[in-house]
Design a protein around this ligand. Structure first.
Ligand code: ADP
Ligand code: ASP
Ligand code: MG
Length: 410
């Protein structure tokens, strides 16, 4: 057991009936709080939940594209901004949303308090930009809830118990804040409010006839998230799974039923063959020679690179990693002194589905579909419930649409 892994350090006994009944954690993403009017709508939703009798904790993201703008500012003043200062900077966005929402709630006649991640007791390790939550010290939140207040927690951030510095959790990290809080507070559900009606069989922006999925298991959502379905951050699903927090992905503006994500059980036995087609437009693919896998992946882990696909042949090792990790990965490879090349013209299309385990022929149909569409897939990798194909970035959209159609997901 490591002490830096929140999943391995349960903050609470989740089965304890004395846990606060009626606590709800509601997370609102960046587009849901993009302007003052939307913030006021969110405030009204929080007040309605409070008036319904719940103890309400809201986790907010930064308004609209604030995080991107702050990152852009940093890169205008420095080629390689200090990771510590970058976290100081980008953690500000979520603070703005929370303070503004608290003001709007006050005007609706309710008590509310905004808290930074640090004030809310979100304790992390010290990996700037990719910190992991190691503990949630929820005393201050509980006191505010006991006093009848709506508590607004700035998402995506925490504080290192070692350096006392502000940290951030990685892009989309407000989802992880929300789920960790739901676990620590004993909330039965963590509600993820976003700009789509739930989790779909493909990104609804790319495939207009994509279908909303009513129910997914943690495993399926984990594969979808880690393969690029932006709708939930991968890490948040890992925390939800290990603390058995049920997730409900729902629209901020609208009343659609949304998508439930929970542990697989017998009611899910009749699994659809494929749950969805997920894509990532860019992913860097590295080819490395002259190093053992242990040394290579040890160095990459040390640099906190999230390695995805790995293919090893007798002559070389091929692996992929997110575009955001490019600078760190290149530095780690240079430090190793090995010979390497990187391809930056590939993206990835993945088919995910628990039903795949017991149905042969998914791979055959996938390759036939790509071939018929004239799309080359130079690297293919699989898990029991996923087939992932690296294809040229320019062909990603077409590949998603062709596979969605071929597997009749619409
Ligand atoms: P938020 O700001 O609420 O955190 P995100 O932008 O992180 O929202 O995630 C929501 C977006 O995820 C949607 O607008 C949609 O375009 C995208 N998305 C990608 N794949 C899927 C999918 N399979 N189902 C639903 N949304 C998806
Ligand atoms: N604002 C952060 C981001 O844009 C975190 C989040 O929205 O979850 O990645
Ligand atoms: Mg998000």
């Amino acid at each position: 057991m490591t002490t830096t892994d929140y999943e391995a350090v349960p903050a609470v006994e989740r089965d304890d009936p004395a846990l606060h009944v009626g606590t709800v954690v509601m997370k609102f993403g960046g587009s849901s709080v993009a302007d003052p009017e939307k913030l006021k709508t969110v405030a009204r939703r929080l007040v309605a939940a409070r008036e319904g009798g719940s103890r309400v904790v809201a986790v907010l993201s930064a308004m609209g594209s604030t995080t991107d703008e702050l990152l852009d500012l940093a890169h205008q003043v420095s080629e390689r901004p200090s990771p510590r200062e970058l976290d100081m900077l980008i953690s500000v966005g979520e603070r703005i949303s929370c303070a503004l929402a608290a003001m709007a709630i006050h005007d609706l006649g309710h008590e509310a308090i905004s808290l930074t991640g640090s004030q809310a007791g979100i304790v992390t390790d010290t990996v700037h930009g990719k910190a992991k939550i190691v503990d949630v010290r929820a005393r201050r939140i509980n006191e505010a809830l006991d006093a009848g207040r709506i508590v607004l927690v700035a998402g995506f951030q925490g504080v290192s118990a070692v350096s006392f510095d502000v940290t951030t959790l990685g892009r989309g990290g407000s989802d992880t804040t929300a789920v960790a809080l739901a676990a620590a507070l004993g909330a039965l559900v963590c509600e993820i409010y976003t700009d789509v009606d739930g989790v779909y069989t493909a990104d609804p922006r790319l495939v207009p006839n994509a279908r909303r999925l009513a129910l997914l298991s943690y495993e399926e959502m984990l594969e979808m998230a880690s393969s690029g379905a932006r709708v939930m951050a991968t890490r948040s699903i890992e925390v939800a799974r290990s603390h058995n927090v049920r997730l409900h992905v729902r629209p901020t503006f609208g009343e659609a039923e949304g998508t439930w994500i929970r542990e697989e059980d017998e009611t899910m036995l009749e699994k659809a063959l494929i749950s969805g087609v997920v894509h990532q437009r860019e992913e860097t693919v590295y080819r490395v020679e002259g190093v053992t896998p242990a040394r290579l992946f040890g160095a990459l882990a040390e640099a906190s690179i999230n390695v995805d696909t790995i293919v090893q042949t007798s002559a070389e090792i091929v692996f992929s990693a997110p575009v955001e990790d490019r600078a760190d990965a290149k530095r780690a490879l240079d430090l190793l002194g090995v010979s390497w090349t990187a391809r930056e013209d590939l993206g990835k299309v993945s088919l995910v589905g628990a039903g795949m385990k017991s149905h042969p022929g998914v791979a055959a149909k996938t390759f036939a579909t790509l071939e018929a569409a004239g799309i080359d897939a130079p690297i293919v990798s699989t898990s029991p419930i996923k087939i992932a194909c690296h294809v040229p970035s320019a062909d990603v959209d077409r590949a998603v649409q062709a596979l969605h159609e071929a597997f009749e997901l619409g």
